[in-house]
Every structure is written in C-alpha cells, then in structure tokens.
Design a protein around this ligand. Structure first.
Ligand code: FAD
Length: 453
C-alpha cells in the first residue's frame, strides 16, 4: 500500500508526459480557416490565452468585449480548431454532461443551467450572423435515443419533472421517433427542442473572426512549452519566444496536464468519428431521417449521429481509448481501424439500407474527461490570476463559449453573477498518476464493454 502511494507520488517524474498534438484529419478540418503567422517576438500582454478552440477563442472575444483596454494574445500550438473543437460530433446541446437528462439534488439550479445554455445557442446564431460566417447551425433540436426499458422509465420521469419546472423537453414514443429518424432500433427518445447541430470548424471560424474583430491577437503554430507562474507570468514557447502576461487563461482542454495543471483532474480519452459520402435528397428521404435532428444514444460508450449540410451522415463514439501517460495515440494504426469498423457496424445496425456505404473520412479526437463528468470554470494559481474552463467530458460545443464568457467576467473581477452555478471553481474528482491511471481506465473501459456487449 505504502509502495503504491509512493509510486503515485513520484510517477510524474518517472514518466514525463510528452507534448504531442496529432494533426487534425477530420472531415471538418477541410474547412479550417487560413492560419495566422506564429509569434516571432517577445511580447507583454494583459491576458495570454493558451489554446485556440471554442474555449480560448470565445474567451478572447469576451475578454476584449468586457475589458476593451486590455491587450489580449491567444497562442495556439497548431491551427485553431486542431483540438476537440475541430473534430467533434457536432451536436449542440443544452446543460452539462453530468446533468444531461439527470437532475441533481438542486433541480432549480439545473433549470437555470438549462436556460443559460439554451440562451447561449441563440447567441451562437447571432454571433455567426454578425461575423457573416455561416457555421451551418441548425436548431431543430437534439434527441437522446433510449436503448433499454430502464432508460425509457428514467426519461419519462425526467421529462415529467423537467416540464413541471418549465423546461420545454418532450418524451417521444417509439412510433414518433421511428417516423422522425427512420430507424426502429431504439425504444423511444428524449427530445430537447433547444438543441441543434453545427459545422464545428466553421464555428471555430466564427469565434476566431469575432475575437480578431474585437482586436484580440491570435498567433497560430505557437506552442507554449513551459509556464513560469507569477504575479506576471512568463510563458516560454518552443520557438524561444517569451510572453509576459498579467493573467493567463488555460483553454488547453485535454492537453492541460502537459503544462503542469489539473494533472489529477482530467483524463484525455480518445473518441472516434467517421463521415459518409453525401446522399441526395431522395436517398435521405428513403433513409427516413426527416427533420435532420441529430441524436445520441444512452449507452455509457455512447454513439452519436448527425447530418452535414450536404447530407453526409457522421457517426461517432463507441469504444474510446486511453493511451499510457496521456499519450496522443495515432488514428492511422490498426487499433483505430477497429474503432472505425465498429462505427460502420453500428451505422448498419441503425440503417441496414446503408449496406455498402463507405466512410469518406475517419478520425479521432481527444475528450477532456473528468471522473464525475462535471465541468469546471474558475480561477486558480498562487496569485489568483490563472483562469480556466475544462472537464466538458464530451459535452462542450455549446458550453465552452458559456465558459468563455464566464472567464471574461472572472478575469475582470466580476464573480457575483456566476456564484450560484455549481461549475464555478468546481473541484474535480481525483485521478491517480501512472501506472494506476492506465490500469484503472483499462479496467473501467473493459467493464463498460462487457456490460454493453
Ligand atoms: C470526438 C469528439 C466528439 C465530441 N462530440 C461532441 C458533441 O457532439 N457535442 C458536444 O457538445 N461536445 C462534443 N465534444 C466535446 C467538445 O468538442 C469539446 O468539449 C470542446 O471542443 C472543447 O473545446 P476547447 O476549446 O476547450 O478545447 P480544444 O478544442 O481541444 O482546444 C484546445 C487547444 O489547445 C491547443 N493547445 C494544447 N496545448 C497547447 C500548448 N501547450 N500551447 C498552445 N496551444 C496548445 C490545442 O492545439 C487545441 O487547439 C466532442 C469531443 C470529441 C473529441
């Protein structure tokens, strides 16, 4: 026992975590906006933001909006959208992962989170319109399709309570669901009219454009290798540049531990996504997916499906992977091929008429998974000048920019409006270091596979 505790403590010094950021091979990446030049000189700023995904870009936009006198520089290791923001399952969801279709002990707060996140989806539409960039946001709602009779009972109870609180969610019987999505494999569904679907990389473009229009500086291909924390932080890039910053925003999601923060709170879990060729309107009508509403199922190793604007079906999820010491993995290896084959099998199970359809692109992305699936946004560091948003646990397309807005307020010292929310400075459950992390995750993932096979 003592040996294990000792090994857990010294483990980060034995296995140093590499900073590996795999290239984005997703279908969405074909729409990546042109990249800005890297940082080529030392600079001094009020706020440095690390990471050019939804969290970082939205924080840049909101910080410049809330504090227009501040110099804000965002540093992105690759191109904006290289992380989860440019690789995901495109579902735009209300709530947080830990409270999705699940009330906490404080349903009144859950209702407030619902309203906050539903309102943010309307903000996304406005922001897209104001930048002139069409991010293909469709707000036809989102479905959670139910796999078992137990799920059906739970969903019915949830919908009843939610409606009594004024949430406009619905329970759909099997017949209605079959009519809407053209498959009979599910028992019934939970429908949230406030959800939707987006082209994730085009949404990255919306935020990047908004941030730059607000005069935030965005440097791409600029990796921060090391942070010297202080009243004024010193950030060292791999290219030898130094950034002095009074405030720091960590928007590095699943890669945050590599900078020495949240090492025991977040696990990078790899998920897999694939997309078909486009279908004609007639083919889509034959499939029977009528109102294009995206859906995810209720398995722990969840599957999620949506339709692109040009009628491609994308499917993601299934068995995730964890690589030793928060490794990056490789979506070209044979292990990845077995994940894509699993996605193909699931697609045919749902829509047998798609037999023979091939994937045009398949990729992986890293989810910043917290043990209790709860996200956290807040302020940390010896001098209370490090701000962060993470732990989205696969539920961040919408929530990230809610957190971007909160980060801007916190950075400006405006804590009050957010104090009632449970995700403010939420402490995340402890995740041990290697090798216990790897062993625990392999055991956990094997258990889920067994249970759901
Ligand atoms: C496969 C997959 C499917 C998903 N599906 C959905 C879904 O359907 N709906 C939903 O709501 N959510 C989904 N999510 C979750 C959602 O995509 C994320 O929560 C969200 O994109 C996180 O955004 P972010 O800006 O915090 O992080 P990221 O987009 O990961 O951005 C972090 C950025 O930091 C950069 N970076 C890292 N280290 C450094 C460094 N040292 N220096 C400089 N830059 C650095 C990275 O290159 C990266 O661009 C999914 C995630 C994945 C991976």
């Amino acid at each position: 026992m003592l040996g294990a505790v000792g090994l857990n403590q010294i483990s980060p010094r034995i296995w140093r975590e590499p900073l590996e950021l795999a290239p984005n091979r997703s279908y969405w990446a074909r729409s990546q906006p042109p990249q800005n030049p890297p940082l080529t000189e030392d600079i001094s700023v009020d706020v440095a933001i690390l990471g050019g995904g939804f969290t970082g870009l939205s924080a840049a936009y909101y910080i410049r909006t809330v504090s227009p006198h501040k110099r804000v520089a965002l540093l992105e290791a690759k191109g904006c959208g290289n992380g989860a923001s440019g690789r995901n399952g495109a579902m735009v969801l209300t709530m947080t992962e830990d409270r999705y279709m699940d009330f906490s002990s404080n349903p009144a707060i859950d209702k407030q989170i619902y309203d906050l996140t539903a309102a943010n989806i309307r903000t996304l539409a406005k922001l897209s319109a104001s930048t002139g960039i069409d991010c293909e946001l469709e707000t036809n709602g989102a479905l959670q399709v139910l796999n078992t009779p137990e799920d059906v009972q739970a969903a019915k109870a949830y919908v009843q309570q939610a409606r009594s609180l004024g949430m406009p969610v619905e329970f759909w019987e099997k017949q209605r669901l079959t009519q809407e999505i053209g498959t009979e494999v599910y028992e019934a569904a939970f429908f949230d009219p406030n959800g939707g679907h987006v082209h994730p990389m085009k949404l990255v473009h919306v935020f990047k454009t908004a941030a730059q229009a607000a005069r935030a500086e965005v440097y791409e291909n600029t990796t921060v290798a090391h942070i010297e924390e202080g009243r004024e932080h010193l950030l060292h890039t791999t290219g030898g540049r130094i950034i002095r910053a009074k405030s720091l925003v960590l928007a590095t999601n699943a890669f945050t531990a590599r900078l020495g923060f949240f090492r025991n709170s977040i696990v990078p879990v790899h998920e897999y996504v694939a997309v078909t060729q486009p279908f004609s309107d007639q083919q889509l009508a034959e499939i029977g997916w009528r109102k294009r509403v995206p859906f995810n199922d209720t398995r722990t190793e969840v599957f999620y499906l949506g339709l692109t604007e040009d009628n491609r079906i994308h499917i993601g999820g299934g068995n995730p992977s964890y690589f030793f010491n928060n490794g990056a993995g490789n979506n070209n290896d044979s292990a990845a091929a077995s994940h894509f084959a699993q996605l193909q099998r699931e697609l045919l199970r749902i829509y047998p008429r798609l037999s023979g359809v091939k994937f045009e692109a398949a990729w992986d992305g890293v989810v910043d998974w917290s043990l209790n699936e709860s996200p956290s946004v807040g302020c940390t560091g010896k001098y209370n000048n490090i701000f962060y948003g993470l732990g989205y646990s696969g539920h961040g397309v919408n929530l990230t920019s809610v957190f971007g807005r909160i980060i801007a307020d916190l950075e400006a010292g405006r804590v009050e409006p957010w104090q009632q929310y449970p995700f403010l400075n939420a402490s995340l459950d402890y995740i041990p270091n290697e090798p216990f992390r790897w062993m625990g995750l392999q055991a956990g993932l094997a258990w889920y596979r067994l249970r759901e096979s």
